[in-house]
Design a protein around this ligand. Structure first.
Ligand code: NAP
Length: 495
């Protein structure tokens, strides 16, 4: 796809589109905060303010919870086929407007336009998938222990669901939660990240256009602590589905225990990327470029520690330098950009701090030709060699375009280094040996393993982690179960 940087007029044109919403969506209406307070959203590539959004708090959250609660019975009783049709109409509208939605996403989040378009389509694919799955929610008939009884199970919606999502995939992370929730018959109150509310609010606009009834989807941002406290303490909210950092996930899980809510936690990762000596190195580089540098290294499944067999590490490093030298750092709207900015200035400082500490501890940085733009939150892509397991950068989720290379001598050492983390989201293995593929995928303590594959997420597969990367699965048939209760009915006294 070819594109050039948008002019100021074109950006202004986007803000005149009907999907460009800055108010909260509550009970089917767009409303400002009760006190009229707002906050600014900035373009991370230019530091420009692109929108001023309603700064909501506890009052608006209570309104949204009430709206979701009022809408619940009607939506849960809407026949699955009708819910499916509405979800499908929502998917169709998103796809019909995907180019504009991608521009909006790039302007608020920073990722290159091609990636933003990929995200819009990826998020929409969950809406399509769950529109189909909505019709396939089955209970069981179970053999009873005596002839006077019958046992069967019903699958029923969990109820009102709170969805809290991060800024790194502002469209897809929300779609991945709302779609299964609505398919199951639940209603939702959503709190997208304050850095990137516009893509979420745009999804809300198209949901209403598609016929989602008032109150079924509510979306608000603003005073994070107040919104979080109102959602987690409410007895009406029966589930929290959260995607974000492990630290916040733990805190929210604890807060949900007072009302014994169900939780789904999609938390931080620390993905090992293992390249065995027999790997197809070009394929491994394709996978590493995709998994490490997509979204400037700001994905939960980003390769975080690149473990390379000692006998090929020099060759592999040189091949990576050649590939990475061709990447283009810049504004995601500019033609040819492959690596955009980080989300915030403090993210830049965090990544730079991790790199400086690693170098102090003995890592070596490999020179690359990129110039950092003068505005925005940019970090030039970087390769660090001679990284060891005792360095802070080995344990931290880097969340920036920095590849750390660590050598290993044999299979057991590679698996041990890979598993040496409290996170357990995604892992990658490159080898041409079938035994290594099978053994490694069984022995890696992660929820997702990519074998000779760097792009691992799609709507048909269960996405989620183990250990401190959380619990629950998004996508696939398993993704729907997270929004359903199993009710057992015992029919007795038959004669
Ligand atoms: P974050 O700081 O945990 O924020 C995530 C969301 O939680 C944002 O909407 C944030 O709101 C909200 N939040 C923060 N404190 C809260 C509180 N006290 N009450 C209620 N909501 C609260 O994470 P992030 O830095 O945005 O996202 C990056 C993290 O997400 C990384 O660790 C990444 O690995 C993880 N992630 C995981 C997955 C997965 O599927 N496992 C996918 C994507 C990202 P504000 O924006 O207002 O602070």
């Amino acid at each position: 796809m070819s594109h050039t940087a948008l002019t100021a007029e074109e950006i202004a044109g986007l803000s005149e589109q009907p999907f460009f919403k800055t108010d909260a969506l509550i009970a089917g209406c767009w409303q400002g905060s009760t006190d009229g307070d707002t906050f600014a959203v900035e373009n991370p590539a230019t530091d420009e303010v692109i929108a001023v959004v309603a700064n909501c708090g506890a009052i608006e959250t209570e309104q949204a919870i009430t709206a979701a609660s009022d809408a619940l019975a009607g939506w849960a009783q809407t026949p699955a086929k009708s819910r499916a049709k509405i979800l499908r109409a929502w998917f169709d509208l998103i796809i019909a407007n995907e180019q504009d939605l991608a521009r909006l996403l790039t302007i608020e989040q920073g990722k290159p336009l091609d990636e933003a378009l990929g995200e819009v389509r990826y998020g929409a694919s969950y809406i399509e998938w769950f529109s189909e799955e909505a019709k396939r929610i089955y209970g069981d008939v179970i053999p009873a222990p005596s002839t006077d009884k019958r046992i069967y199970t019903l699958k029923q919606p969990v109820g009102v669901v709170a969805c809290i999502t991060p800024w790194n995939f502002p469209s897809a992370m929300l779609a991945r939660k709302i779609a299964p929730a609505l398919a199951a018959g639940c209603t939702v109150v959503c709190k997208p990240a304050n850095e990137t509310p516009l893509s979420a609010l745009a999804l809300g606009h198209y949901a209403i256009e598609a016929g989602v009834p008032a109150g079924v989807i509510n979306i608000l941002c603003g005073k994070t602590q107040e919104i979080g406290a109102a959602l987690t303490s409410s007895p009406v909210v029966r589930k929290l589905s959260f995607t974000g950092s492990t630290a916040v996930g733990k805190m929210l899980t604890a807060a949900c225990s007072s009302t014994m809510k169900r939780t789904s936690m999609e938390l931080g990762g620390n993905a090992p990327f293992i390249v065995f000596a027999d790997a197809d190195l070009e394929a491994a580089l394709d996978g590493l470029m995709a998994s490490k540098f997509r979204n400037s290294g700001q994905t939960c499944v980003c390769a975080n520690r690149v473990l390379v067999a000692e006998e090929i590490i020099e060759q592999f490093t040189q091949m990576l330098v050649d590939r990475l030298s061709k990447s283009v750092l810049g504004n995601g709207l500019s033609q040819g950009t492959t690596i955009g900015p980080l989300i915030q200035k403090n993210a830049v400082a965090k990544v730079q701090g991790l790199v400086a500490k690693a170098i102090e501890q003995g890592a070596t940085s490999v020179n690359l030709p990129h110039q950092t733009p003068s505005t925005g939150n940019f970090v030039a892509p970087l390769i660090l060699k001679d990284v060891t397991a005792d360095m802070e950068i080995f344990d931290a989720e880097i969340f920036g375009p920095v590849a750390t290379l660590i050598g290993f001598d044999h299979y057991d050492q590679a698996i041990k280094l890979a598993n040496q983390t409290t996170a357990g989201l995604a892992a990658y293995v490159y080898t041409q040996d079938a035994s290594t593929m099978i053994k490694a995928s069984e022995q890696l303590e992660f929820g997702i393993v990519g074998v000779n594959e760097g792009i691992i997420s799609n709507e048909m597969a269960p996405f989620g982690g183990v250990k401190e990367s959380g619990h629950g699965r998004e996508g696939s048939k398993y993704g729907l179960e997270d929004y359903l209760e199993v009710k057992y009915v015992c029919l007795g006294g038959l004669h």
